[in-house]
Design a protein around this ligand. Structure first.
Ligand code: NAD
Length: 306
């Protein structure tokens, strides 16, 4: 089988070398398309691919149509909103992600962002500490859970809201379960977002929730920009001079946010949550292993288009 790694933002060389080793050991052939600048290059590259590994690259219905032999596509990462799942399902293509492989990288960044914004973006002046503050984790998945664990060592009080994780499991890790999403926002000095971007969550974080935050509250977004209602974010930051917003995914209106709110907002220049050497290797290797296992045994454990 031909396995194509198509990455507009490439994996590290070490990661590609390890992917190649796994793929070839599995009896398959590896092809790479890196740093492509035109989607036509992707259409051409997938023409004879049986399996596809991508990072944030969009796998649209046009990409699927250009790949008549494709049987499996794996998003090396957690969020898979870049895959057109309906188009995959229609063609009988298995779509997977690699959950948990980059979680620590993202969790460490979330903690770093909280410190950065609390210390006035490392500019002179009196900042504040994380110790004693309440952190609200919105979605207690792989990343949320690690942020909670790391934040505990800073002496933060942790609450979480995730309707899909049993309350007992959250509590057993020393984390309080918020009575509702509103309750989480009302009690948290920091809210850290770890929800996936779905039809349900897109645009869901806006004025109603953010205006409930205590004085000096800060929203930390290492999830997706699509979950934020951006016009409402502007409105609440205008009304509440004490609130802050720090994100790993620049808002569509980030220039406006920067101009209007100065040091109360910050966006990383490019999404970098999973950009560590370790996460890079973990996610790529997991994708290669999942593909080989799928071809060898039919294992669909991480399928997301069931
Ligand atoms: P995960 O699948 O392990 O966890 C997601 C959690 O969200 C699950 O526990 C699920 O129950 C919960 N959830 C789903 N819908 C919800 C809702 N409406 N309300 C509350 N909880 C809800 O995913 P993860 O690895 O923790 O990653 C979380 C998100 O972070 C990803 O979907 C992705 O968008 C984003 N992410 C960003 C980067 C980055 O580079 N900044 C890297 C990895 C992941």
């Amino acid at each position: 089988m031909k396995v194509l790694v198509a990455t507009e933002k490439p994996f590290s060389k070490v990661a590609v070398d390890q992917i190649r080793e796994i793929v070839e050991k599995g009896g398959h052939e590896l092809a790479t398309l890196e740093k492509y600048t035109d989607v036509q290059q992707l259409y051409a590259a997938v023409a004879d691919a049986d399996a596809l590994i991508v990072r944030s690259d969009k796998v649209t219905k046009e990409v699927i149509a250009a790949a008549p032999k494709l049987k499996i596509v794996v998003r090396a990462g957690a969020g898979y909103d870049n895959l057109d799942l309906a188009a995959c399902t229609e063609r009988g293509i298995v779509a997977m992600n690699t959950p948990g492989q980059n979680s620590n990288a993202v969790a460490e960044l979330a903690i770093g962002m909280m410190i950065y914004i609390s210390r006035n973006q490392f500019t002179p002046g009196t900042g504040s500490e994380l110790k004693g503050k309440t952190l609200g984790i919105q979605a207690y998945g792989n990343v949320g859970r690690l942020v909670a664990a790391h934040a505990k060592s800073f002496g933060m009080k942790i609450m979480a809201f995730d309707p899909f994780v049993p309350a007992e499991r959250i509590q057993s890790e020393g984390v309080e379960v918020a009575a509702s999403l509103e309750d989480l926002y009302a009690k948290s000095d920091f809210v850290s977002l770890h929800i996936p971007a779905t039809n349900e969550t897109k645009n869901s974080i806006g004025y109603a929730l953010l205006s409930k935050m205590p004085k000096g509250g800060c929203l930390v977004n290492t999830a997706r920009k699509e979950v934020i209602n951006e016009p409402e974010l502007v409105k609440v930051l205008e009304e509440r001079q004490d609130l802050k917003y720090i994100t790993d995914i620049a808002a569509t209106n980030q220039a406006e946010l920067n101009e209007k709110f100065g040091k109360r907002v910050f966006a990383t220049p490019k999404k970098m949550g999973a950009e560590t050497a370790e996460a890079n290797i973990n996610a790529g290797v997991a994708a290669a292993n999942q593909i080989c296992d799928f071809f060898a045994t039919g294992n669909r454990k991480f399928q997301v288009n069931k």
